[in-house]
Design a protein. Structure first.
Length: 115
């Protein structure tokens, strides 16, 4: 499986941005999908995730603003980010976890929320 991430960039506070992550290969072997982020000087944190067939779960700081979605047919994982705040500034990564227990990270891209 390979992950190809896209999206990110600079946006003003209150704006929206969408990040996408396309998986290719044996995506049927993926058990869980997720988005993480790492702000400058901070540890990487889980933003949103779900297990195959389950419901999404979000970290408290993004609930009601971010939406994670998966196009199973295309193997594309999206993160729609609305009402962005400066504290959302971070490098965002997609991640998949396989039934084997192994995980794979996509390329991180910087999202900057600033006026």
């Amino acid at each position: 499986v390979q992950l190809q991430a896209s999206g990110g960039g600079l946006v003003q506070p209150g704006g929206s941005l969408r990040r996408s992550c396309a998986a290719s290969g044996s995506i049927f072997s993926i058990n869980a999908w997720g988005w993480y982020r790492q702000a400058p000087g901070k540890e990487r944190e889980l933003v949103a995730h779900f297990r195959r067939g389950g419901s999404p779960d979000y970290t408290d700081s993004v609930k009601g603003r971010f939406t994670i979605s998966l196009d199973n047919a295309k193997g594309t994982l999206d993160l729609q980010m609305n009402t962005l705040k400066p504290e959302d500034t971070a490098v965002y990564y997609c991640n998949v976890r396989f039934y084997s227990g192994l995980s794979l990270w996509g390329q991180g891209t910087l999202v900057t929320v600033s006026s």
